[in-house]
Ligand binder design. Structure first.
Ligand code: FNR
Length: 362
């Protein structure tokens, strides 16, 4: 049992565990199958060392940066995660308010528990909309239109989910997801949940597993929003993404909830960065729990990082205030890391400021 106020983001996980029913906590915390990648996403950061520089004027630290031209206070975005009302009654509206208060960007999940419209009217944060493409393609078209009409600034197409990964905790708990608010009146599917979680059955029924590179053209034809691709893990796919003209790439393994035994995202970031050769910005998520993690991702070429689980844990523990605290803690830690390593601004963080495990062994 923990005593007193949390002093770091990891302690919010304990608060969330205490606050939530086991079924929901497991849904948020869990990963696919052996959860090997889940552990690695976090632990791979522990094997990257920082090379600090001294006697640099760090009396003023500027963490601000831009994402697709939008100025934000620090390179820390809120990742799209499902069903925030299972964590807190105010759901994504509270999360979005926290994003606005922290002057950062929230990526709203397609599978949110507040609608695109509710989140838009509840806050003035810069918002992006994350999209899944269903077999019924009109659903994507309608959602994209609603996002655009409600002032969302970019579309984040998640490409790592033609089917749902196998999350055994959800199967054991017989996790049942509520109906998706954004899809009310658009789709009615009763996914069978007799043998475990209904999530997998629902996804298999709805997700368009035939989606491929040529469909990016279709997506471009139905929106004026810039399109980012989330879920790229190889240089090969990064090159393809740059070729089809996306506005950004997100290196992500979906928080290790999809394919187990993918490498930790921090280990593949540089491969992607090298492949795109500066043509498009590269974003990063997976296992970011410390300011030092953010520093390492920036040093390896990320423009900004996205935060998944810690945001949900903050929301579960303390609502909007908890999300603000989580983002603020990461900002404070990043600021201190920059000061202690001789980097007064994010552009001062270079490849020379970290040493990877491979470099240490050679
Ligand atoms: C996710 N993620 C996710 N991604 C996405 O594109 N659409 C979604 O609806 C969801 N839903 C979702 C739910 C939960 C509970 C989690 C934990 C994750 C993946 C998410 O955007 C992000 O890639 C990871 O969460 C990043 O890893 P960390 O920060 O959780 O370690």
């Amino acid at each position: 049992k923990m005593v007193g106020e949390p002093v770091n983001v990891n302690e919010f996980q304990e608060l969330a565990r205490e606050a939530l029913p086991k079924m929901y906590y497991d849904f948020y915390a869990g990963g696919a199958e052996d959860q090997y990648t889940l552990k690695e996403n976090v632990e791979a950061f522990h094997r990257i060392m920082i090379r600090p520089r001294t006697l640099v004027d760090v009396s003023r630290i500027d963490m601000s940066t831009t994402v697709l031209g939008y100025k934000i206070s620090a390179p820390i975005l809120i990742a799209p995660t499902a069903l925030h009302k299972l964590a807190h009654p105010e759901g994504e509206v509270a999360t979005a308010r926290a994003a606005a208060a922290c002057k950062t960007i929230m990526v709203l999940s397609f599978t949110s528990s507040c609608t695109v419209e509710e989140v838009a009217s509840g806050c003035n944060a810069v918002r992006f909309f994350q999209l899944y493409v269903y077999k019924k393609r009109d659903i994507a078209a309608v959602l994209v239109q609603r996002a655009e009409r409600n002032g969302y600034k970019a579309l984040v197409l998640t490409v790592d989910t033609p089917r749902l990964g196998r999350r055994e905790a959800d199967i054991k708990n017989k996790m049942v997801a509520p109906r998706l608010k954004n899809l009310e009146g658009l789709l009615s599917i009763e996914a069978d949940s007799d043998n475990g979680s209904n999530l997998e059955a629902y996804a298999k029924e709805t997700m368009d597993a035939s989606l491929c590179w040529k469909d990016i053209e279709w997506l471009k034809s139905i929106t004026n929003m810039p399109i980012l691709i989330k879920g790229v893990l190889t240089g090969e796919d990064a090159i393809k993404a740059a070729e089809v003209g996306v506005a950004g790439i997100m290196v992500s393994n979906h928080g290790a909830r999809q394919l187990d035994y993918t490498d930790a995202t921090i280990n593949v970031l540089e491969e992607v960065v090298h492949a795109v050769r500066g043509r498009v910005p590269v974003f990063f998520d997976g296992g970011v729990r410390r300011g030092t993690d953010i520093f390492k991702a920036l040093a390896l070429g990320a423009q900004a990082v996205l935060i998944g689980r810690p945001v949900i844990f903050g929301l579960a523990a303390k609502g909007e205030y908890g999300v603000r605290q989580v983002i603020q803690m990461l900002k404070d830690e990043l600021e201190l890391t920059m000061a202690l390593s001789g980097c007064p601004s994010v552009k001062d963080i270079t490849r020379h400021h970290v040493r990877t495990e491979r470099e240490r062994l050679h």
